[in-house]
Design a protein around this ligand. Structure first.
Ligand SMILES: *Cc1c(COP(=O)(O)O)cnc(C)c1O
Length: 219
């Protein structure tokens, strides 16, 4: 696969699902990938990237931002509260607002700095104990709390359980977003982004299908 292949599959899925052309943004997930692979995708003209680790993003992206205009960086990994300040400086969007302590910290930092990235609430649609995210039953109250804190919520994010069909999880996330008046839906990865687009995804997060398999041993 390549960037071009993935973009054409996204455009085809938009048509297939009766979605407007260009209504789905591709976040190219570059975590753990060698710099030369990321640079190749930048050279092809892509500008929207996702990272999971604050430290890795801090070492990689300021340099790329100096050389490439218009980079948009999305934080898609779990965010420790003590890294929130650095994350707010590095990222244009944070997809993993998943607990009250983090929401409160982001609100304090936003007030102090006068700016805040676009925020997405992560929902643990599969109610998996090891996975981050607000439980579906708590989502409405948490979204209301975030709004009371003045946080700029753009939408919701989920990572369906690996062992289940993703469709019902995407539909659940879309329903929670709809009843809370949120437009953004960050859902769908290499294996299932077309089904996420059918369910209304506005942002798909695709890594290995663009860059190849991640080699964690090379880090
Ligand atoms: C790594 C990661 C992705 C990309 O996964 P691929 O299967 O490589 O497409 C997407 N979303 C999140 C939250 C991730 O951690």
């Amino acid at each position: 696969m390549s960037l071009t292949d993935i973009l054409s599959r996204i455009r085809a899925a938009e048509v297939e699902s009766g979605r407007a052309t260009g209504s789905v943004d591709l976040i190219a997930v570059s975590k753990v990938q060698p710099l030369e692979r990321v640079e190749a995708v930048l050279q092809e003209g892509h500008r929207v990237f996702g990272e999971n680790y604050v430290q890795e993003a801090a070492s990689k992206w300021p340099g790329f931002r100096d050389r490439f205009d218009g980079v948009q960086l999305h934080m898609i990994g779990p965010l420790q509260t003590n890294k929130a300040k650095l994350a707010m400086e590095l990222f244009d969007a944070i997809h993993t607002v998943d607990r009250p302590s983090l929401a409160e910290k982001l609100a304090r930092l936003a007030e102090a700095s006068g700016k805040c990235p676009d925020l997405y609430v992560q929902v643990n649609t599969g109610e998996e104990p090891q996975k981050a995210g607000i439980l579906p039953k708590d989502a409405d109250a948490f979204i209301a709390d975030c709004r009371r804190l003045g946080l700029p919520l753009s939408g919701l994010m989920c990572i369906p359980p690996e062992s289940e069909a993703p469709g019902p999880h995407f539909a659940l996330l879309a329903a929670v977003a709809e009843r809370n008046g949120l437009n953004g839906l960050s859902m769908g990865m290499s294996a299932d982004f077309e089904s996420a687009i059918a369910a209304g995804a506005t942002h798909v997060r695709v890594g290995s299908a663009i860059f190849g398999a991640r080699d964690y041993s090379a880090r």
